[in-house]
Design a protein around this ligand. Structure first.
Ligand SMILES: [Zn+2]
Length: 109
């Protein structure tokens, strides 16, 4: 399961950065085009955090919308999924945002 390994690395990274302090809150940024399910990450996060300094931490997930620019007409648009095309009919899109997955911030005790 994709989300399990993501949650696992998030927990590991946070535990490493916390340097032994208790982690209270973690904010994750997940792009809408990253094919990652926020609910699944949330569930796996709690499982992975068990018995670590991250256990009990609140996980906040910020979903960032997909954005792309058309290479043919220069139009910028919001993308709901990767199969969308530009109003001009072109599918030659440059992805600007929406595929990111990163730890935005972390709060320790
Ligand atoms: Zn276009």
């Amino acid at each position: 399961m994709h989300e399990l390994s993501i949650a696992n690395s998030v927990v590991e990274l946070c535990a490493e950065r916390a340097l032994g302090a208790k982690v209270l809150r973690v904010t994750l940024e997940i792009g809408r085009l990253s094919a990652v399910m926020p609910d699944a990450v949330r569930f796996c996060f709690d499982v992975c955090a068990k018995d670590t300094v991250v256990e009990g931490a609140a996980l906040e997930i910020v979903e960032t919308p997909g954005r792309a620019r058309c290479r043919d007409c220069g139009n910028e648009m919001t993308l709901a999924d990767l199969l969308e095309r530009c109003v001009c009919g072109s599918v030659d899109l440059e992805l600007l945002a929406g595929s990111e997955l990163k730890i935005k911030s972390m709060e320790v005790a």
